[in-house]
Design a protein around this ligand. Structure first.
Ligand SMILES: *[C@@H]1O[C@H](CO)[C@@H](O)[C@H](O)[C@H]1NC(C)=O
Length: 167
């Protein structure tokens, strides 16, 4: 009796320790993976560029978002959240960040993609600073692991500029 309970307990303790060790090794080996994602975004067309009745500049554009995020996936990756943001400077804010598009990548098979889309979220300024404005398009990603810490990184694409005139 006593010995059975003792052994069951020891077995349970041992199993939990093994499990904890495996989780630790999993997130450790995951940290050794140094991913090298690539991305390329083209603004195919500025469809609309106007000042709204509230006085804020608003842009509608057609984008070609291509990326290869396959190296972010290890056996410990649950999914990857990505978003594309327009980032620019104004006299008021050193960083304005407007999310234009986002998506969830469920598996490595979906991690290489090319999407032809208009901005899913409004590209609106807090004011009318966008005429002739230079901006970056930054692809941000958050890797959600099965076990261990989430990590985030980004790729900045520079050299974009909005038209000088509303259209
Ligand atoms: C989108 O970009 C990819 C990769 O740069 C390119 O192969 C493809 O032709 C582009 N598509 C359009 C519609 O421009």
């Amino acid at each position: 009796m006593h010995s059975f309970g003792y052994r069951a307990n020891a077995l349970l303790t041992f199993s939990v320790m093994v499990l904890a060790l495996m989780c630790a090794m999993a997130s450790l080996s995951d940290n050794l993976n140094s991913p090298s994602p690539s991305a390329n975004v083209q603004v195919l067309k500025v469809n609309r560029f106007q000042k709204s009745t509230q006085g804020n500049d608003e842009v509608s554009m057609t984008l070609n978002i291509s990326a290869n995020l396959q190296s972010l996936f290890t056996w410990n990756t649950k999914q990857v959240f990505v978003f594309l943001a327009a980032e620019y400077e104004t006299p008021k804010n050193s960083l304005n960040q407007v999310s234009l598009w986002d998506g969830i990548i469920p598996s490595i098979e979906h991690a290489k993609f090319s999407i032809h889309t208009t901005n899913k979220y409004r590209f609106t300024d807090q004011g009318s600073n966008l005429r002739g404005k230079e901006y970056d398009l930054t692809l941000h990603w958050h890797v959600m692991p099965k076990t261990g810490k989430m990590f985030a990184d980004k790729l900045v694409m520079t050299g974009f500029r909005l038209p000088e005139e509303y259209r």
